[in-house]
Write a protein that binds this ligand. Structure first.
Ligand code: GLC
Length: 431
């Protein structure tokens, strides 16, 4: 068994550390303006003006089964959907608000259809829930709130009661974790540091313009969640360390540890382009190679990768998202053995330049991901005498090698030109 042992936490993380690859889905009213999921903040839009997106919300081409198939074909094993994002709009039929999908022209509970369709494909189901809420009347304004710069902000903020909002969250989380069967992971977003609040707001802002775990009543929320769904995974953004640490838009260079040096279960989240919600004019779409490299580099440091899709307002994945998913699907179809059930390679193995390594949890198979393809041969240290067989993972074609008993290196003989597309993988079956 792999020598890497992660810190013990209350939730069940075993499936997660095996499955490695998931789909994030950001869908909400912001899909209509199609200019970023933070549009309400970025353009300081009032509730009145934001209402048109609610009135016109009608994803007529939405088909949860198609979403689920797309995730499955890409090799993704779990999914996390925004049941409510910062704008406060709920994709589920909540008793505690009118600001919900069943009151739009669409009229259906999208969370229900998502859960059913993904489960039917054997994909684990997760919920994202925003701690921020730019619609709720008891949510006190903070530095991230869209309305802080209006002259009426101070007046409007008076009397807002975070305790009532914390209760609202518990009520909604109860609905989400009671009405939809077994939920594998719940992902909160995010705790706002008051240090980030500019001085000019502080004279009138409650809580110095930030939000702490005490204000979310995080401990109480967590206790409730553990009671409703024992075994569920909870992320760290309530500002209470739980089952999984979730760095955003980062390419790791080491395995994340806690303050005591214990290894954490962690998951990097990334977008295909620069926004999470559907953004029509965003042009910084990652290349297929970047997408695959993100996946291999993440698993090479013991982490999971969750890649985000922002469906357009008619409810489908646009051609750019489809093409990114296809890049994963094509690669995973033949290379997933180097991802599922794999983790960081044992310390005795060193990745040659331009490569990253993964290794199966049972330690029997070692994978060299050639992110940059070398010319004609590749040499690895400390490997002589340990090999049983070597092949390209893509097509199972044998790779010849020479062992140097004196210095322990092994030289693999490779074709001059990479025989397969992005990041070909050498599979080494160890003795
Ligand atoms: C950020 C953003 C948000 C996105 C999230 C995903 O915290 O506020 O829009 O949902 O990251 O990690």
């Amino acid at each position: 068994m792999s020598s890497y042992v992660t810190r013990k936490t209350p939730g069940n993380t075993e499936w997660f550390s095996h499955d490695r690859f998931g789909m994030f889905i950001h869908f909400g009213l912001y899909s209509l303006p199609a200019r970023h999921e933070w549009i309400k903040k970025y353009e300081c839009i009032t509730d009145e003006k934001y209402q048109k997106y609610f009135d016109h919300f009608n994803p007529d081409l939405f088909d949860a089964k198609e979403w689920a198939k797309a995730a499955k074909n890409a090799g993704m094993k779990y999914a996390i959907l925004t049941t409510k994002h910062h704008e406060g709009f709920c994709l589920f039929d909540s008793k505690y608000t009118d600001y919900k999908i069943t009151n739009t022209p669409f009229g259906r509970d999208l969370v229900r259809e998502y859960v059913d369709a993904f489960r039917a494909e054997g994909i684990k189901v997760g919920f994202y829930y925003s701690l921020l809420d730019w619609h709720h009347e008891d949510y006190p304004m903070d530095v991230a709130h869209p309305h802080v710069d209006y002259p009426w902000a101070e007046e409007k903020d008076k009397g807002r009661d975070i305790k009532k909002y914390a209760e609202y969250m518990r009520n909604q989380v109860t609905e989400l974790l009671t009405n939809y069967g077994k939920i594998d992971i719940i992902w909160f977003d995010y705790t706002i540091k008051k240090e980030h609040a500019p001085e000019r707001y502080k004279p009138w802002m409650q809580h110095d313009g930030g939000k702490t775990k005490e204000l979310w009543e995080a401990e109480e929320l967590i206790t409730l969640i553990r009671k409703l769904q024992p075994g569920i995974m909870i992320n760290n953004r309530l500002d209470v360390s739980q089952d999984v640490w979730t760095p955003e838009q980062k390419r790791p260079t080491e395995w994340a540890k806690d303050e005591n040096g214990e290894l954490l279960v962690w998951e990097a989240c990334h977008t295909f382009s620069g926004a999470w919600g559907y953004h029509r004019d965003e042009m910084t779409w990652k290349s297929d190679k970047m997408l695959i490299d993100l996946l291999t580099s993440t698993v090479a440091f013991g982490g999971n990768l969750i890649m985000n899709v922002g469906p357009c307002s008619r409810g489908y994945f646009d051609h750019r998202a489809e093409s990114a998913l296809k890049a994963y699907g094509d690669w995973m179809r033949v290379n997933s053995r180097s991802i599922y059930g794999c983790t960081m390679a044992e310390p005795e193995f060193k990745a040659p330049d331009g490569t990253v390594l993964t290794q199966s949890l049972d330690e029997k198979r070692l994978y060299v991901h050639m992110q940059s393809y070398p010319f004609a041969s590749l040499t690895m240290e400390n490997l002589a005498g340990k090999i049983d067989y070597v092949q390209f993972l893509s097509d199972g074609s044998e790779i010849l090698y020479t062992e140097n008993e004196e210095n322990g290196t092994v030289e693999f003989t490779l074709p001059h030109v990479a025989p397969f597309g992005i990041s070909p993988v050498i599979e080494i079956i160890l003795k």
